[in-house]
Write a protein that binds this ligand. Structure first.
Ligand SMILES: [Zn+2]
Length: 321
């Protein structure tokens, strides 16, 4: 059986605080006398507020630019060990800005961490779905003006906002050459995913699990080759249904991601293991890796090297084959 850690891949869906190592979180909580978030109990389904409350507690331990640098470096190191050769790290600088100084200071700290990472890292600046249109446009302008930022996203609970409020921000970002990568179709029905593609010009969508049961939306994603960033461990705790095979069968590109490994407990190679456990053969796992690379914002030479590595992984038979 081929080693999933040795499969070259790109990681396209990871949030700053959610990427923190558990031991780093514990160290800083002790340093500052802060409360640690309790694990999500596995025996029941949770609402978004249960998740967000834990996320907020974890974010509170990040107190300085140096802390941000270390989180990014450690996250990229973990992904590199899991076979990632490119990472896109997403941050909404809004909730860190008060401690670090400004929105710009937060993004600068993430980029400083990226510069110390063992693999190349592109930064996605995200606005919350709960942000005002004006604030989203401010973040989009910041993203567009900052070298090293490769994308503009919309994160948090999609039910907090309306797609139409973010058209201007996404256009501003897209005009600057950034990838448009909103979360969509987690709770909202498939029409939400279509609106993000058609109105916001999404190049990829985060989650889009509700698209799986809608042929029209699957056809749109496949026809325009809009990739879905699917994060298998994010759905069971929140009681959300997901269907990898429906996406694959429809020809939708799928990039597996971890979302928030701090809270969901599984790294990047573990997401591919879940796909294997669901019945994906190695040809399909190689396809998932290729999708992640092809739909990343990595420079062409990085993509080319990673794709050649996937071919080599596929060509090398496992010990039991
Ligand atoms: Zn996410």
């Amino acid at each position: 059986m081929r080693d999933l850690r040795a499969l070259p891949k790109a990681h396209l869906h990871l949030h700053l605080t959610g990427s923190m190592r558990p031991d780093t979180l514990a160290e800083w909580a002790a340093r500052d006398g802060l409360r640690l978030p309790e694990p999500l109990p596995p025996d029941r389904v949770h609402g978004w507020a249960d998740f967000q409350g834990r996320y907020d507690l974890a974010r509170a331990v990040i107190r300085s630019a140096g802390d941000v640098v270390r989180v990014v470096r450690e996250a990229a190191t973990a992904d590199a060990a899991d076979g990632a050769g490119w990472l896109e790290l997403q941050v909404d600088p809004t909730s860190y800005a008060a401690r670090l100084g400004s929105l710009e200071d937060v993004v600068a700290a993430v980029l400083a961490g990226a510069a110390e990472a063992p693999i190349p890292v592109g930064v996605v600046v995200a606005a919350s779905w709960g942000a005002t249109a004006e604030h989203a446009e401010r973040l989009a302008r910041l993203a567009a003006a900052t070298p090293g930022v490769i994308g503009f996203g919309l994160s948090n609970d999609e039910r907090l906002g309306r797609v139409g409020d973010f058209v201007a921000a996404c256009r501003l970002a897209a005009d600057a050459g950034l990838r448009i990568v909103p979360h969509a179709g987690f709770y909202e029905p498939a029409a939400h995913v279509r609106d993000c593609v058609e109105l916001l010009g999404a190049h990829r969508v985060g989650h889009a699990v509700t698209a799986a049961s809608c042929p029209e939306t699957l056809g749109l994603l496949a026809g325009r080759q809009v990739a879905v960033e699917l994060c298998p461990t994010s759905y069971p705790p929140l009681g959300v249904a997901w269907d990898l095979s429906a996406l694959l069968d429809a020809g939708v590109p799928v990039a597996l991601g971890t979302d928030d490994p701090l809270l969901f407990g599984v790294g990047l190679a573990g997401q591919y293991q879940i796909a294997r456990d669901l019945g994906c053969d190695d040809a399909t796992l190689a396809r998932l890796a290729r999708d992640s690379i092809t739909h990343s914002a990595a420079p062409a030479e990085v993509r080319g090297g990673l794709l050649a590595g996937v071919d080599a992984w596929w060509a090398g038979a496992g010990p039991d084959e």
